[in-house]
Ligand binder design. Structure first.
Ligand code: NAD
Length: 279
């Protein structure tokens, strides 16, 4: 029987820890504030922004949401980012992605002050992570490390395979597992013999973006399987990149979708906001 890693419960635990920390900070005269910028009215983005706002409220972080119209120019968006960079009351800035096609995402992300980059997407923070210096770590991979550790699994000395090499999940995930002294392989769309590679993993992280791609024959008996994917199927049910029903029987532990990695991403955003306020 496999252990189901309860991301909701672990995220709730982290949020409660943060709530206490925010209270302690407040009595010392430090408050945390996050600015969230949303461009356009994409329904999925609106849900994410609303969830972030609610999570901030829960732990006592002040949040401000800036809703800009779809047709806003890049200059106007950059001007808002600039104003928020200079605003001493704001510790964290987050621009909800994706942005409309006429806006260059990279220019916007690099315009955010690295000290307020609570998503950890700025190249300065990416570089800091690579050389093991303190900075902001992207929330999804940071949350995965917490999921693994808080579920009682060691990373040190373990074969870790990350499938996916995106800048926001795969690459920072590999860097973090390496920092934890795992032996890390990054697999991707051009990897030869993917099944052989992934079957070596004691810890397997799937961040592929393909529903139920990882079936039992990609997984070693007794592996810890972390499913980053989020997909809504035609029947409206959610699933991940891992075929839960077949992998569940083989893995030592597995994250469900929903209720695995997803809740941790928001919890780690709150962590980064608190960290930004403390700094
Ligand atoms: P991405 O599309 O940027 O990257 C996907 C990666 O998968 C690429 O590096 C590619 O090389 C690799 N890949 C694609 N096809 C492959 C194949 N056949 N074999 C091996 N590798 C293959 O995606 P992303 O932003 O890293 O996100 C991955 C998934 O995680 C998506 O489903 C996304 O929705 C989800 N996601 C979830 C959260 C969360 O909070 N739970 C956060 C971010 C992303």
């Amino acid at each position: 029987m496999s252990q189901i890693i309860d991301g909701k419960a672990i995220a709730a635990q982290i949020k409660d820890e943060l709530k206490e920390e925010v209270m302690r900070m407040r009595s010392g005269g430090i408050s945390a504030a996050l600015a969230v910028i949303q461009v356009g009215r994409d329904p999925a983005s609106s849900i994410y922004v609303n969830n972030k706002k609610k999570a901030c409220e829960y732990v006592g972080i002040h949040s401000e949401v800036y809703e800009l119209p779809e047709e806003v120019s890049q200059e106007e968006l950059l001007a808002l980012v600039g104003r928020l960079n200079r605003d001493d009351k704001i510790n964290g800035i987050l621009v909800q992605l994706p942005l409309p096609g006429h806006i260059n995402e990279e220019s916007v992300i690099t315009a955010i002050s690295p000290k307020k980059d609570v998503d950890g997407f700025h190249t300065e923070n990416a570089g800091r992570l690579m050389v093991g210096k303190k900075g902001f770590i992207p929330c999804t991979p940071a949350g995965i490390i917490q999921l693994i550790k808080r579920s009682g699994f060691d990373i040190e000395g373990k074969e870790c395979v990350v499938i996916g090499r995106s800048n926001i999940v795969g690459k920072p995930m590999a860097a973090l597992l390496l920092q934890e002294n795992g032996t890390v392989t990054v697999a991707h769309s051009k990897t030869a013999h993917l099944k052989e590679v992934s079957s070596r993993a004691d810890i397997l992280v799937a961040a592929i973006g393909k529903p139920k791609f990882i079936t039992a024959d990609y997984v070693k008996e007794g592996a810890v399987v972390i499913d980053v994917g989020i997909h809504r199927m035609a029947d409206r049910k959610m699933c991940g990149d891992v075929d839960f029903d077949s992998v569940y029987k083989k893995a030592a532990a597995i994250t469900p979708v929903p209720g695995g990695v997803g809740p941790m991403t928001i919890a780690m955003l709150l962590c980064n906001c608190v960290e930004a306020a403390k700094r």
